[in-house]
Design a protein around this ligand. Structure first.
Ligand code: ZN
Length: 270
């Protein structure tokens, strides 16, 4: 092993989507409209990427695959994932992982505060089962979508273990993947995620995953509604902001807007 940058096939991009809709205002980058999503997915498959869910991607990397794998994920479980996301993925012959915020199913994403109505309600249990039946991997996004790294032990366990049990019981299927709400995690959180029976987890990260890294903090890139298919192919090939010129790093509108609103409202939003 050397410490040079690994060749492209040794890294794996993962994408973090949220809602499949059009939203105005400071959180607009958390929603990618259906047509734009279809354009982005098609551009990636045309560029030779094989789009799969996160657990499937990690399994194939473990098996030594040198395909251009790309993991596609959607956080929170908005209802528009069933009506708009699933058809777009099917049309692009893409797999994906959907992370359900278990304690909010059937309700609004109340952690978005006054912006939550813009995103519509979250999937209910019957709809989540439909998503699973469509071949989408269902992952765990905790119960109440609270940053986990600051919770006391009993509540942390509740958030991670009970959500996992409930998902597996309701779906009658193993739930392997976990997405940290707001991206926050630490050793204590990661250990409990593993002990609860998940075999991988994902954060925000904004860079490419290297298979030699551990699988409990797979980083993801966030496609925004302003990225054309060609833009996203470039982003995925470049590896995200850390590998882009400084000027482009400064223009990270999505995350910046979310943080700004979060500070203003005293909430975390993704
Ligand atoms: Zn989330």
């Amino acid at each position: 092993m050397t410490d040079t940058v690994p060749p492209r096939w040794q890294t794996m991009p993962a994408l973090m989507y949220h809602s499949v809709s059009a939203v105005d205002g400071p959180l607009r980058d958390l929603a990618v409209p259906p047509k734009r999503l279809a354009e982005q997915l098609t551009a990636l498959t045309d560029a030779g990427y094989r789009l799969v869910g996160l657990s499937a991607a990690l399994d194939q990397l473990d098996a030594g695959s040198t395909d251009k794998l790309l993991a596609v994920t959607f956080d929170d479980g908005y209802r528009d994932f069933l009506t708009e996301g699933v058809p777009a993925l099917a049309a692009a012959q893409a797999g994906a992982t959907l992370y359900a915020s278990v304690g909010h199913l059937g309700d609004d994403a109340d952690w978005l505060g006054r912006y939550s109505p813009d995103f519509g309600r979250l999937l209910d249990w019957a709809e989540l089962a439909e998503v699973a039946a469509a071949g989408i991997e269902i992952g765990n996004h905790s119960l109440v979508h609270h940053p986990l790294d600051v919770l006391p032990p009993a509540q942390l366990r509740e958030e991670i273990v009970r959500s996992h049990e409930e998902l597996e019981q309701r779906l009658q299927s193993p739930v392997r993947s976990f997405a940290y709400p707001h991206g926050y995690h630490g050793r204590r959180v990661r250990d409990l995620v593993r002990e609860a029976g998940h075999d991988n987890a994902t954060e925000v990260g904004r860079r490419l995953h290297t298979p030699t890294e551990h699988r409990y903090a797979v980083p993801r890139l966030q496609p925004t509604p302003d990225l054309t298919g060609a833009d996203l192919v470039r982003l995925v090939a470049d590896g995200g902001p850390q590998l882009l010129p400084r000027a482009k790093q400064l223009a990270q509108p999505a995350w910046r807007a979310v943080r700004k609103v979060a500070r203003a409202t005293g909430r975390n939003l993704t």
